[in-house]
Design a protein around this ligand. Structure first.
Ligand code: PMP
Length: 388
């Protein structure tokens, strides 16, 4: 019997065999002609996945937090004002990072956990002060709340703020159109919907962000993150020339290029549609099982992730039972409700059969935990959408 479990957490996700094979290839020199071609292609493909023909891509070894650090370090100067659209744990991390570089940060918070601040509240704050920068967490992985990036970006731009989108749990899963929506900088990490093992920070900076960087009066307060070091490297590899600042993560970049190729082969529109359908099926199952979710309303729900509350009488020990039934899920993360909910990631290469397997394992775990429901109700609800 197979003993491999299905990994359905909000990153790292399950990777395709082709991506994993690239990880295991003999490592080449970072200036070998075949690697230069791969790095150059990965930069070009990153632009296409972010739907940004005008952006400058950066691929740097590190996790998503480094991508946030890169954005803040290069765009913020001491004394700048920043507005953080605060939807939870990862928005608060952005506040801490921005403050570290000397920004004065104003968070605009949601009234309750599971909600996002209203457009009116964000606009009222933008009006008050001259904000240089505004950050939005596309999907807050702690709550599965999705922010309305399109509308928020339009607002930020209206008041002259640079709009930075933390798309770590979103890019290549949630619909995001960097150029069309006017996003100045979007960032993600390799291990989520981009579909490559953890270890790469991915940033696409638009023309206004690059201009703000060029016009800095003070040096970037972080040596490793400084675009002064990385921009020539990215430009060189894209022009298919070798260059060196810090040794690139050769195998990860190779794997990233394979994954980006797979994403573009599927096509961005088809990919957004697949994520929407699988999400709809999974959420229908969760509702059919009588489980409530952390997001307060359906228009706040992410596409890449679901955060259901445990039903009455069930606690986090059910995750162990679900694991024994073959599926690995994540516990709660938001400190205020940590022990009351769990999280299921469904992004990247996820398939309809992964959704059904996950629902089946959740049903098994809930039944063993003594929760009363009609067996198969979740599976039937998911299947109705998947076959519809
Ligand atoms: N932002 C969001 C929205 C995230 O979900 C995460 C990771 N879960 C991060 C930032 C930080 O990324 P990393 O863990 O790769 O540093």
């Amino acid at each position: 019997m197979k003993d491999r479990k299905l990994l359905m957490i909000p990153g790292p996700i399950e990777f395709t065999p082709e991506v994993l094979r690239a990880m295991g290839m003999p490592t080449t020199s970072h200036v070998a002609p075949n690697f230069i071609e791969v790095f150059g292609q990965a930069l070009e493909r990153l632009r296409q996945v972010f739907l940004s023909s005008s952006g400058q891509p950066f691929i740097v070894a590190g996790s998503g937090t480094l991508a946030m650090d890169i954005a803040a370090a290069n765009l913020v100067e001491p004394g700048d004002k920043a507005l953080v659209v605060d939807t939870g744990y990862f928005s608060e991390r952005f506040t801490a990072i921005l403050e570290r570089y000397g920004a004065t940060v104003t968070p605009v918070r949601a009234p309750v956990v599971g909600d996002a601040p209203s457009l009116e509240d964000v606009e009222a704050e933008l009006k008050k002060d001259g904000y240089k920068l505004m950050t939005v967490t596309h999907v807050d992985t702690s709550t599965a709340v999705r922010a309305d990036v399109k509308a928020l970006t339009a607002l930020g731009r209206k008041y002259g703020a640079l709009v930075v989108v933390d798309g770590v749990c979103a890019v290549a899963g949630e619909e995001m159109r960097q150029d069309e929506w006017g996003i100045d900088l979007a960032l993600t990490a390799s291990q989520k919907a981009i579909g490559t093992p953890p270890g790469l920070a991915l940033v696409v900076a638009g023309p206004r962000a690059m201009e703000a960087f060029r016009k800095r009066k003070t040096p970037v307060g972080n040596y490793y993150a400084d675009w002064t070091n990385w921009l020539p490297i990215m430009e060189a590899y894209e022009a298919r020339r070798p260059s060196y600042f810090g040794t690139p993560a050769v195998n990860l970049i190779w794997a990233l290029n394979v994954s980006l190729g797979q994403i573009l082969e599927e096509g961005m529109e088809a990919r957004f549609a697949r994520h929407r359908k699988l999400n709809e099926a999974f959420k229908a199952a969760i509702r059919a099982l009588g489980l409530k979710q952390v997001p307060v309303s359906s228009d706040r729900e992410a596409t890449t992730l679901t955060a259901p509350y445990y039903p009455d009488g069930v606690d986090s020990t059910v995750l162990k039972r679900i694991n024994e039934a073959g599926v690995i899920l994540a516990g709660g993360l938001h400190p205020a409700i940590k022990d009351r909910y769990f999280r299921v990631g469904h992004m990247g290469a996820v398939s309809a059969s992964d959704i059904l397997t996950t629902v089946g394992a959740i049903e098994k775990g809930l039944a063993q935990a003594g929760y009363k429901f009609e067996p198969g109700a979740g599976l039937a609800a998911a299947q109705a959408i998947l076959t519809g």
